[in-house]
Write a protein that binds this ligand. Structure first.
Ligand SMILES: *Cc1c(COP(=O)(O)O)cnc(C)c1O
Length: 373
């Protein structure tokens, strides 16, 4: 390799973005400290209002993480023991942990081979008399096909909770991801498209009762100090996170467009490459590319070879949930969900963040082509 073409390409770099808004951030953090509004409080409320407006929905309830957001939403809908919740096996473990924590049972359905999202056709067969809710995951930043999912849910009187942890600013038929079902859960883990400077999450909903239940849940089941209506938990959003997120939300649309531009470069430079399946983007959605996933025959080997060239990639997720040791007690054998298992065994996530340059993307794609020839 010639020295003048060498580049180091991180999988994710949060520093460039931080530097671009550092003054705004420091001022916002300073205000929280001056006001000692650390646990919940006015900066969280302000961000909740801004995020609800941004999503065009009525209520937003800030919590301690995306995992807690999912748990809170399930509890708010009274999902618990004896109930079944349907979701997909190729998600981050948190989706299924939340179902477990609520006391309900997880029922998996396979995904669509092209979008890697819940297959509505297979959803119908998974419904039983105990099904209470469905959690589609908008994987990689592409909303699932919500119309048929909502239709099936209505037909059977089921709740729909969207796991929109990877889909801030994404849209399905012009509506913001997270606002199509009964509630939408977001993570603000630092590496997400809208990332806090610590742990945080939020649930958006138009349902006042669900919002009220979630506000109680995150604050020890109280709606008045030391008067506990239900058994809750401690999962308030930090004031510092609320303030940081308010600053960053103003830039989200710009960062989303840059991610989409970067995805378009990848697609352009890789579409004729043999041995690489590029992501399919449904015409119904605005995909926000939390991840740019490609399928290759041996992603582990490709990851290693790229690493040797100082290009850093990741895998989301190498083992689907039904085959994780933590859920071995579900007794689901390999081969049960072929589409999810196939994408798990072939997926490689290429470097993706708004500030990546066209030159870096071109370089990554050239190196991939070289490895594959
Ligand atoms: C990140 C993520 C979560 C969990 O969010 P945390 O804030 O890390 O708890 C849940 N579901 C999906 C699909 C995620 O990507």
């Amino acid at each position: 390799m010639q020295e003048d073409t060498y580049m180091n390409v991180p999988f994710l770099d949060l520093k460039v973005q931080r530097d671009s808004i550092k003054q705004e951030l420091m001022a916002a953090i300073g205000q929280v400290i001056d006001n000692t509004a650390f646990a919940g409080g006015k900066y969280v409320e302000q961000f909740e209002n801004e995020y609800a407006d941004y999503c065009n929905c009525k209520y937003a309830v800030g919590v301690g993480s995306g995992t807690a957001a999912l748990w809170a939403a399930l509890l708010a809908m009274d999902v618990g023991e004896g109930d079944e919740v349907i979701t997909v096996p190729n998600t981050f473990i948190a989706t299924v942990e939340a179902i477990y924590m609520a006391g309900a049972e997880t029922v998996f359905v396979d995904v669509d081979e092209k979008t890697y999202n819940m297959d509505p056709e297979k959803l119908k067969d998974a419904i039983t008399s105990r099904t209470k809710a469905i959690i589609p995951v908008h994987l990689y930043g592409q909303p699932a096909d919500m119309d048929p999912i909502i239709e099936i849910a209505k037909e059977h009187g089921l709740y729909v909770i969207e796991d929109a942890s990877q889909a801030h600013a994404a849209e399905y038929k012009g509506k913001k991801a997270g606002t199509i079902g009964d509630a939408g859960c977001f993570s603000f883990y630092p590496g997400k498209n809208l990332g806090a400077y610590g742990e945080a999450g939020i649930v958006v909903t138009d349902n006042e009762e669900f919002a009220e239940n979630m506000r109680m849940f995150r604050d020890h089941g109280q709606n008045k100090k030391y008067y506990h209506e239900i058994i809750g938990w401690n999962s308030r959003m930090d004031g510092l996170q609320g303030a940081v997120l308010s600053v960053k939300l103003k830039h989200l649309d710009k960062w989303t467009e840059l991610r989409r531009r970067n995805a378009a470069y990848y697609t352009e430079f890789l579409q004729s490459a043999a041995g690489v399946t590029i992501p399919y983007e449904s015409p119904d959605v605005k995909h926000v590319y939390h991840i740019y996933p490609v399928l290759v025959e041996n992603p582990g080997e490709m990851q290693q070879m790229l690493k040797e060239k100082d290009i850093f990639s990741a895998m989301h997720y190498p083992v689907p949930i039904h085959l994780q040791n933590a859920f071995a007690h579900l007794n689901i054998s390999s081969g049960s969900f072929p589409a999810a298992e196939r994408s798990s065994s072939m997926e490689l996530s290429l470097p993706m963040f708004p500030e990546l340059s066209e030159e870096q993307i071109h370089y990554v794609c050239d190196q991939i082509r070289e490895i594959l020839t």
